[in-house]
Design a protein around this ligand. Structure first.
Ligand code: SF4
Ligand code: SF4
Ligand code: SF4
Ligand code: FES
Length: 952
């Protein structure tokens, strides 16, 4: 066992949150001198000194509440028995936590609780893992004088509506930990204590249940509950875990730390890791509960090969599959040339796995034809931030938002797509920070319980640059810029060019109004708040990058931050919210056709030379193909072989019919995935993948935080993904041998300056490391560009607004934009195979009631959506979240075909597809589209070919 695999035990709980104060206070507790930061509670000070005080309503993830009275202590010079959870330490205080009188009072309190509690401990699902039970033991309760026959709550009905947890009100002690967790930690306010006195009960509201209520199933209340009232169904079904493995969530780019709590090889529960710096003990419904896909019956566990996609699959050994794949790739190269094959690495896989894929392409394939799914999401972030600030990554850690006074959320929907960060954000907003939302759609935080944006700018899809230029124009025009910052930190010539550009009248909010659709005055107000409201931070997502001007938008954001001096300290910055768990890492690891690891040009002789020396090969100095070029070349007959690891390009890339035609033209498509995904249906070799639970390695989240992924169960297919890539490389003749991902990380550190000081040992010690980590001494970089920019002087770049070619017309009068929903994740391959489908069974088209009425469309109707690329059919949902003229859908189900209609228009700099702007017409229809019919037939055929697979 490595050091983060341990026998199961509840995570340590110090009773109240830690204090951030730097002032130390010394007091005496039970005769021991204890020094703690000012503001610490007596309870926490005692715990930190190793002295346990009984408690029920207190937990260190929540502010103290002081309702249960179990934690009373004696304090010299004070009357009565203050509760230790609500009493802050004072210098010279003398505290006694154990005395006969305290014991008597505590037993009396516990007696009252227990008299109204079912005495079914032996058969209770949390027997042995219940704070009520352990506290009763700690206070020495042996008898309940009141008996159990009086009026009580022990017969109350359970709420079993949630697929993931059960609410058994009969066991509730009304400590309010759940209610406070929902408010303070999650920010949803779904729970309340209804009734008074004896009738007080926890409730999700009248006439509703957990599933139907506002609850988003984050599990914070379940984690906070000290009794078996709120309990995971998996614990009810399987019992208490026996060991745990600390690892990192494999869903979104927040990168939450988790304890995978196990019983043998079975995951019983995923509990958010309190020491995880990205999440600090919180989670969302995906990471917390949607792990069942890892052992779903659809998991593919055997390698398969076939000559043509019309043949049944042959199930073969790993050796045979890898030899078959390698010989096919080599014969393609002999026939069509070295550059006729390539690979796509996965942002789902670990850094170490991605490293091997790009290394195999460069050394085994002999070209630079490697790209990654960041191409279709955050490649403009990499480009835009590198040009302006000098580093292709966000500038802050998540915790930085707690110091922001103004928060701009642009083209991102944090509460759906980055939920744990969304909760942090909401917390800061409840504390009073200003919020500006720039989004075509009225996302949740525009107006959520206890959170309201100061301004929502519903920018027309495609006009982001116009809006940001108008904000910058206002800041200059009204003299609100931070001249001192610009003078000292930025390139003067570049700034002067930019200043001339931005001052042009056509960049004013008034002139840009026709493009943005946003009232000029609102833009001016937003600019003033951003420039003058204190620490201002911008958080953005794919609504910024997935445009023909995605890179320009990122640069315009960086310009704004530099113009106002909002960069280089806590509470400010430019923060891309990354979609996939390891999209930052897959970019860092050199998955781009023009860059070696660490974002260094492949054309640079010195950079290439360092890799050539280490790898003992000569590398191609020419950049390779990006994903869209691979498709083009495939259709032209020059690109014939592709190794696609953990990405479902047939579903996720735009203009599906074009992608499918390219895949069909391949002579060797190797797909490595945990399921037979849409792309695998075009494959000749299928290599079964491993889930994050089955391997070791690291992920890098949106904060540049490198966290460990640790194996909790053996790979179902016998190999972790790094081992499969290693096998393929060896079959291609590469002279490699790695014993472990740690050995791969040693190579990464040796060849990538920003990772130079990263070791597994250091990650183990610190919990995680944010790169850059330049050397052995460094513990990483939470905030970037503090003294100077990575590139030296910050570079203002002229960001001229160029409207997209994708325009509305009489034939296609609406603009369709896309996004995600909380319960599903990307193409849905994982979440659709979990109970999360209880919340989102299908993708629907949101349409404004006015647009619907014009077309005779009612709620729930089938609607055909046609673009210049194709047609698909979805059910309609009438919604005022979108403005008239804009329709919106998610893309989590293959049958929806959202990408059948998206175009292949893309970002000018990086080819990131313009998913967010598609001109469409919407009409009422009665049947699925032709593509959907064809897709269904193809799917049935491919499922049958897989089912009829024979042993080879
Ligand atoms: S699961 Fe989360 S959202 Fe639902 S009630 Fe509990 S804390 Fe609130
Ligand atoms: S459900 Fe649990 S956390 Fe909530 S009040 Fe009851 S015992 Fe406390
Ligand atoms: S916020 Fe993201 S990383 Fe965290 S649990 Fe949810 S999906 Fe996983
Ligand atoms: S733990 Fe202090 S009053 Fe409940």
């Amino acid at each position: 066992m490595n050091s983060m695999v341990e026998f199961y035990q509840p995570q340590a709980d110090f009773g109240t949150p830690s204090s951030k104060s730097t002032e130390l206070v010394t007091l005496s507790i039970d005769g021991r001198d204890v020094a703690v930061p000012a503001g610490t509670s007596v309870m926490r000070a005692a715990f930190e000194a190793g002295i346990k005080v009984p408690k029920l309503c207190a937990t260190d993830t929540l502010e103290s509440f002081g309702s249960c009275r179990v934690c009373l202590v004696e304090i010299e010079g004070r009357r009565g028995y203050p509760s230790s959870c609500t009493t802050p330490v004072e210098a010279g205080m003398t505290v006694t936590t154990q005395s006969d009188q305290l014991a008597k009072i505590r037993r009396g309190v516990m007696e009252l609780y227990i008299s109204d509690h079912p005495l079914d401990c032996l058969t209770c699902p949390t027997n042995g893992d219940c704070e009520l039970q352990s506290t009763a033991g700690e206070v020495g309760l042996r008898d309940v004088r009141y008996g159990f026959a009086g009026e009580n709550h022990t017969q109350l009905e359970k709420d079993e509506s949630s697929p993931y947890f059960t609410f058994d009100s009969s066991k509730c002690i009304v400590c309010s930990r759940c209610v406070r967790a929902c408010e303070e930690t999650q920010g949803t306010f779904a729970l309340t204590i209804s009734g008074r006195g004896f009738d007080s009960r926890v409730s999700v509201g009248p006439e509703t249940n957990f599933l139907e209520s506002d609850c988003v199933s984050c599990g914070a209340c379940v984690a906070a509950c000290p009794t078996a009232t709120l309990t995971e169904n998996s614990i009810i079904e399987s019992g208490i875990p026996e060991h745990s493995v600390t690892t990192t969530c494999a869903y979104c780019g927040v990168g939450c730390g988790f304890k995978a709590e196990m019983r043998g090889q079975e995951v019983i529960r995923m509990t958010p890791w309190k020491d995880g710096k990205a999440n600090e003990g919180h989670a969302c419904v995906k990471g917390r509960f949607a792990f069942g896909y890892a052992t779903h019956k659809d998991r593919m566990t055997e390698p398969m090969i076939r000559d043509s996609i019309d043949d049944p699959w042959k199930r073969v050994s790993w050796d045979e599959a890898l030899t078959f794949a390698a010989s096919r790739l080599r014969s393609i190269q002999e026939k069509y040339g070295t550059k006729s094959i390539g690979a796509i690495s996965s942002s789902r896989c670990t850094n170490e796995e991605v490293w091997l894929v790009q290394k195999m392409v460069r050394t085994g394939f002999g070209n630079n034809n490697v790209d990654t799914c960041a191409r279709v999401c955050h490649s403009p972030t990499g480009y835009g931030l590198k040009q302006t600030l000098g580093e292709s990554a966000g500038t802050q850690d998540f915790a930085s938002v707690a110091d922001a006074d103004v928060i701009v959320v642009m083209g991102a929907n944090p509460t759906e797509a980055h939920p744990v960060f969304g909760s942090r954000l909401k917390k800061r907003l409840r504390e009073g920070a200003h919020l500006i939302v720039i989004d075509p759609r009225r996302i949740e935080i525009v107006g959520a319980p206890h959170v309201r944006s100061d301004l929502h700018l519903p920018v027309r899809p495609g006009a982001n640059v116009a809006l940001l230029n108008a904000m910058a124009h206002t800041i200059v025009d009204e003299g609100l810029m931070d001249q001192r910052f610009v003078d000292s930190r930025c390139d003067k010539v570049a700034f002067s060019n930019w200043l001339t550009f931005i001052q042009q009248p056509e960049n004013s909010p008034e002139a840009m109004e026709a493009h943005t659709g946003v009232h000029a005055n609102d833009v001016r107000v937003a600019a003033r708040i951003y420039a003058t409201g204190g620490n201002a931070a911008i958080y953005y997502g794919l609504g910024v990058t997935e445009h023909s001007q995605g890179s320009t938008t990122v640069m315009a954001i960086a310009n704004l931050a530099m113009l106002t001096g909002n960069i280089g300290r806590r509470g400010v910055g430019v923060n891309p919210l990354r979609g996939q768990n390891n999209v930052q890492g897959s970019c860092d690891m050199g998955s781009f056709p023009h860059e070696l690891p660490g974002y260094r040009p492949v054309s640079d002789d010195a950079v290439r030379g360092s890799f050539e020396a280490a790898w003992g090969v000569t590398l191609d100095p020419e950049p390779g193909h990006r994903i869209p070029n691979m498709f083009e070349e495939a259709l032209s007959g020059a690109f014939k072989g592709l190794y696609c690891q953990g990405e479902d390009i047939a579903q996720s890339d735009p203009n599906t019919q074009h992608v499918e035609a390219a895949l069909e033209s391949m002579e060797c498509l190797i797909v490595q995935d945990i399921f037979l995904n849409e792309t695998a249906k075009f494959a000749h070799v299928f290599l079964p993948g491993s889930s994050f639970l089955e391997k070791d390695g690291t992920f890098t989240n949106a904060e540049r935080r490198i966290s460990r992924v640790r194996k909790a169960m053996e790979p179902l297919a016998g190999k972790a993904d790094w081992q499969s890539t290693l096998g393929l490389a060896q079959a291609l003749g590469c002279d490699w041998d790695y014993e472990s991902p740690e050995e791969i990380m040693r190579e990464i550190s040796a060849l990538t300056p920003t990772f130079a000081g990263v070791t597994y040992e250091k990650i183990e010690r610190l919990g995680s490391i944010q790169w850059p980590c330049w050397d052995e001494e460094s513990e990483g970089t939470p905030t970037m560009h503090e003294e100077s920019f990575t590139r030296g002087l910050g570079q203002f770049i002229v960001t001229e607004y160029v409207p997209t070619d994708e325009r509305c017309s009489r034939r296609f009068p609406l603009i369709m934009t896309t996004g995600r929903i909380l319960s599903q994740y990307n193409v849905g391959a994982q979440t659709r195979r979990t109970e999360n489908s209880a919340w989102h069974e299908e993708d629907v088209l949101e349409i404004h009631p006015e647009d619907a009425q014009e077309r005779g469309i009612s709620e729930g109707d089938w609607v055909g959506i046609s673009s210049r690329m194709g047609d698909t059919v979805l059910h309609a949902r009438l919604s005022k979240r979108v403005r008239p003229g804009v329709v919106y859908t998610t893309f989590h189900h293959p049958v929806s075909g959202a990408n059948v209609i998206t175009t292949d228009s893309s970002d000018w700099a990086t080819n990131c597809p313009e998913y967010k702007v598609t001109a469409v017409q919407v009409t009422r229809v009665t049947q699925p589209s032709d593509w959907q019919e064809r897709q269904k037939t193809f799917d049935v055929k491919q499922q049958r070919l897989a089912k009829d697979s024979v042993v080879g």
